[in-house]
Design a protein around this ligand. Structure first.
Ligand SMILES: CC(C)(COP(=O)(O)OP(=O)(O)OC[C@H]1O[C@@H](n2cnc3c(N)ncnc32)[C@H](O)[C@@H]1O)[C@@H](O)C(=O)NCCC(=O)NCCS
Ligand SMILES: Nc1ncnc2c1ncn2[C@@H]1O[C@H](COP(=O)(O)OP(=O)(O)OP(=O)(O)O)[C@@H](O)[C@H]1O
Length: 202
């Protein structure tokens, strides 16, 4: 039987990737929208040429790869440019996700995405798990992980759905405000529950 799809979402630095790794360790197949966003702009793919035509050659690194840090800076300080990029990439990202999920063979599979509502990816899922963390912790963890500024993280947060909007579509909520050992035990608990579900429903 085809696996049902769990949408795993949360804002920047909420802990989506950390939770995703726990599910992978339990044998669950998953696709990450941030990774799909990388595949669609690999050198040679049409989207990279369109991005270069729009933003200029300076958006490429010397090796021909997309300069992600430069593009990040650009789109999070200019909402119009961000919307241009999203209109180009989101349909391509969605295609990659659909192809990938079609190959999943675990009892259920997971779509990890920061933008479940904003991209129409919600329609690909039967159930939604929101990773929730206080905004201060999201900012603190992102600053520790990435070579970025507080201003940049704040700009990204402002471009995302609010906690409230995310919680409105949640079937399950994992509050990630404790340590990683506790996080893993919560994922194990959820996994046991998910294995009992039929198409994502009790
Ligand atoms: C701007 C880009 C090049 C920056 O790349 P970088 O490697 O620095 O970051 P990465 O892709 O890993 O994203 C990190 C986080 O930024 C946030 N983020 C990324 N894109 C967006 C967006 N369009 N709106 C709001 N938040 C976003 C998410 O929390 C994401 O998890 C990249 O994020 C991108 O191509 N974004 C547009 C495509 C998109 O919307 N991707 C989100 C998945 S659908
Ligand atoms: N419970 C936790 N305790 C300590 N560190 C954590 C915890 N959860 C996540 N982290 C760390 O916080 C950082 C952000 O987590 P993670 O990368 O999983 O977030 P994310 O939601 O995937 O972020 P993004 O939207 O930017 O991709 C990582 O360095 C991760 O290892």
């Amino acid at each position: 039987m085809k696996p049902w799809i769990l949408g795993l979402t949360g804002g920047i630095g909420s802990g989506k990737s950390a939770v995703a790794q726990c599910f992978i360790d339990l044998g669950v197949h998953l696709v990450d929208a941030d990774q799909a966003a990388r595949w669609v702009v690999e050198p040679g793919r049409p989207a990279l040429r369109q991005i270069t035509e729009h933003f200029g050659e300076a958006i490429l690194q010397a090796d021909g790869q997309l300069d992600r840090a430069a593009l990040r800076k650009l789109i999070f300080q200019d909402a119009e440019q961000r919307r241009w990029l999203e209109a180009l990439l989101h349909p391509l990202i969605n295609q990659e996700i659909i192809q990938y999920l079609a190959q999943a063979t675990s009892p259920y599979a997971i779509l990890v995405t920061p933008l479940l509502v904003e991209t129409g990816q919600h329609a690909l899922t039967q159930r939604v798990l929101v990773i929730d963390a206080p905004e201060t912790l999201q900012i603190e963890r992102t600053l520790m992980r990435d070579n970025t500024s507080l201003e940049q993280v704040q700009a990204i947060l402002n471009a995302q759905a609010t906690r409230q909007q995310r919680l409105q579509i949640a079937d399950d909520v994992l509050v990630n405000d404790r340590d990683l050992i506790w996080l893993r035990s919560e994922v194990e608990r959820l996994h046991t529950f998910y294995l009992t579900l039929n198409r994502g429903q009790p």
